[in-house]
Ligand binder design. Structure first.
Ligand code: NAD
Length: 260
């Protein structure tokens, strides 16, 4: 796969989970990375570990809440000041919210999920795309979910926002393909990250491992996905090896979303 020397990629939600896995994969390929997260302590720790493991990559960290439009403008401007351009954007930061049936869902939590998962992804594209247009090239990967393709019990806010991410990705592909910008969404199933560990705690507070085992047994592969497996797919989509895949919502779920 093409390397990422002199390629600049912004990753949101980079301090842990899927964001950190993609950061690691791109750092191993020598990228210039802007790592964005609102958890400053975890972000600093992640950056220090990456820098000691992959000293050939370059790093900029920006503490930002992606639901804050000014903070998004700031991480985009800081990236251009530091590295001169933006080649790739992994628009990943998101939250699950709380699990509850739709009529009992806490309305403030619903709005928070919309602010982060929907508005945060929109602001990111809103301010990154004009920078990519200047260079007539770019690759964007937004993070939807299997919950962006199907319903998921007790997760109406999450499902609503992830369907929105899938839709916005299709629109960006239509509107900016002429500028050499390819936009896709990925739709992960259950991948072993801190977010998913928290979800299993909500399903079975006494025995989260039992909830995980039960979930894994329903997957055709009988296991959860690994963050490194998602990182390989995202790295391809962000690379120049991807010349013509755009506007797609690509499931990475061991085939689970095909079960009827
Ligand atoms: P995670 O909770 O393990 O990590 C998310 C990271 O994003 C954290 O570092 C967190 O601090 C950061 N973050 C959250 N909200 C933020 C905000 N408003 N501003 C800045 N940073 C913020 O989650 P993960 O499992 O790595 O999930 C990453 C993305 O993948 C999310 O959009 C999630 O919905 C999606 N996803 C994950 C799975 C899965 O199985 N893990 C499945 C489908 C979709």
């Amino acid at each position: 796969m093409s390397d990422f020397k002199n390629k600049t990629v912004i990753i949101t939600g980079a301090a842990m989970g899927l964001g950190l896995a993609v950061a690691e994969e791109l750092a191993s390929k020598g990228a210039n990375l802007t790592l964005v997260d609102y958890n400053e302590e975890a972000l600093t720790k992640a950056k220090n570990e990456l820098a000691s493991k992959y000293p050939d990559a370059k790093y900029l960290t920006v503490t930002a809440d992606v639901s804050n439009e000014e903070a998004v403008k700031n991480y985009v401007n800081a990236t251009v000041s530091e590295f001169g351009k933006i080649d790739g954007f992994y628009n990943n930061a998101g939250i699950e919210g709380r699990q509850a049936p739709m009529t009992e869902y806490d309305i403030n939590m619903f709005k928070k999920v919309v602010d982060i998962n929907l508005m945060g992804v929109y602001y990111g594209m809103r301010y990154v795309i004009p920078e990519m247009q200047k260079n007539k090239t770019g690759r964007i990967v937004n993070v939807a979910s299997v919950g962006g393709i199907r319903g998921v019990l007790n997760q109406s806010a999450y499902v609503a926002t992830k369907h929105a991410v899938a839709g916005m990705s299709k629109n960006a592909a239509l509107e900016y393909g002429r500028d050499g910008i390819l936009t896709n969404a990925i739709a992960p199933g259950a991948i072993k990250t801190p977010m998913v560990a928290e979800a299993f705690k909500q399903v079975n507070p006494e025995n989260p491992q039992a909830a995980e085992d039960e979930y894994a047994s329903r997957n055709p592969t009988k296991r959860l996905g690994k963050p490194s497996e998602v990182a390989k797919l995202v790295t391809f989509l962000l690379s120049e090896d991807n010349g013509y895949v755009s506007g797609q919502v690509i499931a990475i779920d061991g085939g689970e979303s095909n079960i009827y």
